[in-house]
Design a protein around this ligand. Structure first.
Ligand code: SF4
Length: 365
């Protein structure tokens, strides 16, 4: 195993040259995937850059034997489940695809806001009051493979911000109620958009008896939302949005649905990161747009659209520190170890978890 500290002193040019050498030697055995929120130096060398839905589909379809996934842990777990289905392993002659992280400490605080044990306890408490089989459990893709497996065990689904409305709508066509985890913000906006009345939506506070709801509220609910959220998307400011609108008549404010509902209510529209990128790229030259998502992406949109004014709707930049852990030095270190035959930072999902998680993940494909 190579020593990571040897890479810290190398120049960006040298790191890029070493990465290029590995990729030339690897050919199509290796694919590099990156999320929109990782820094430019890593985005620029990826084979595919996307949001969670796009990346999951790329991983599922990839014939590569190794993936360097520049993102956070739940994304790698999803890629591992999708790439290492028994039929895919058989097609590779019995070999698992190697899914490698740049930094195993790069997790997602929102995904960590619910554990499989908490989900099971949630079900136990609901079982005492209502018929759980009336609920479809739905988890946002920003969750652990164990949480996805919980949903898979009870006929549930995985959604992303790009397809949440479709997944919840289809679930409600089959069963009358949904549980939504772990992002109560995305869950609330999705349910309201689908016409569920506010009094039929209950937010379940973790680790509190009955989630601090009353038995009547739970019996009446068509949607029960786990009270998790993305810290990065909670920092937009209503007063900054209003000031941008005041100072720039005709400007537009678009936001990611992980934002709180009062911020979404101020927007001209909301959508996944891919949707927000699309809105900026298709806007007329001279447009002024405030974009409410992770700061690194908004800054990239600003630099890559010099004919438009792209503003950030908060007092301070709101950066995802875990996505920021992706660096060129880590790319070179992980790839050279892999080429040496000593893959590092490999993410593997236990078979029994992967099986149940895949049942829920099929809704993404
Ligand atoms: S931006 Fe939010 S949801 Fe996305 S990885 Fe970071 S903390 Fe998690």
């Amino acid at each position: 195993m190579r020593n990571f500290s040897d890479y810290a002193e190398l120049s960006a040019d040298e790191l890029r040259a070493r990465i290029a050498a590995v990729r030339a030697a690897a050919g199509d055995r290796l694919v590099v995937l990156a999320h929109y929120y990782v820094p430019d130096e890593v985005v620029d060398l990826a084979d595919f850059v996307g949001d969670s839905l796009g990346l999951a589909k790329q991983a599922a379809a990839s014939p590569a034997e190794a993936v360097l996934f520049c993102g956070v842990k739940f994304m790698l777990e999803t890629a591992d489940v999708l790439m290492n289905r028994p039929d895919k392993i058989a097609a590779r002659g019995g070999r698992r695809a190697v899914v490698m992280a740049l930094d195993l400490s790069a997790g997602c605080p929102m995904a960590d806001m619910i554990t499989a044990e908490q989900a099971e306890d949630w079900k136990r408490q609901l079982d005492e009051l209502v018929d759980f089989s009336e609920f479809t459990p739905i988890t946002y893709v920003n969750s652990s493979s164990e949480t996805k497996a919980f949903c898979g065990r009870f006929g549930g689904k995985v959604c992303t911000s790009a397809n949440a409305e479709k997944v919840v709508r289809e679930a409600l066509a089959n069963r009358p109620k949904v549980l939504f985890m772990p992002d109560s913000r995305l869950g609330r906006t999705t349910c309201l958009t689908l016409g569920i009345a506010p009094e039929e939506i209950v937010t379940w506070r973790p680790n509190k008896p009955l989630g601090l709801a009353t038995p009547e509220e739970i019996k009446r609910a068509r949607a029960i939302l786990w009270d998790g959220c993305c810290p990065v998307h909670q920092r937009f400011s209503a007063s900054v949005v209003k000031k941008i609108k005041r100072d720039n008549p005709g400007s537009q404010f678009w936001v990611h649905p992980e934002a709180p509902r009062d911020i979404v209510d101020l927007s001209d529209g909301y959508g996944s990161t891919t949707k927000l990128i699309d809105v900026v790229s298709k806007a007329e030259p001279g447009s002024v747009l405030a974009i409410g998502t992770e700061w690194k992406l908004v800054d990239r949109l600003r630099r890559r659209n010099p004919d438009k004014t792209v503003l950030f709707p908060a007092e301070e930049p709101s950066k995802c520190v875990n996505m920021g852990k992706s660096t060129l030095a880590k790319v070179a270190w992980v790839l050279e170890n892999w080429l040496d035959g000593e893959p590092t930072n490999v993410v593997t999902t236990p078979a029994e978890v992967a099986e149940d998680a895949y049942r829920a993940l099929e809704s993404l494909l």
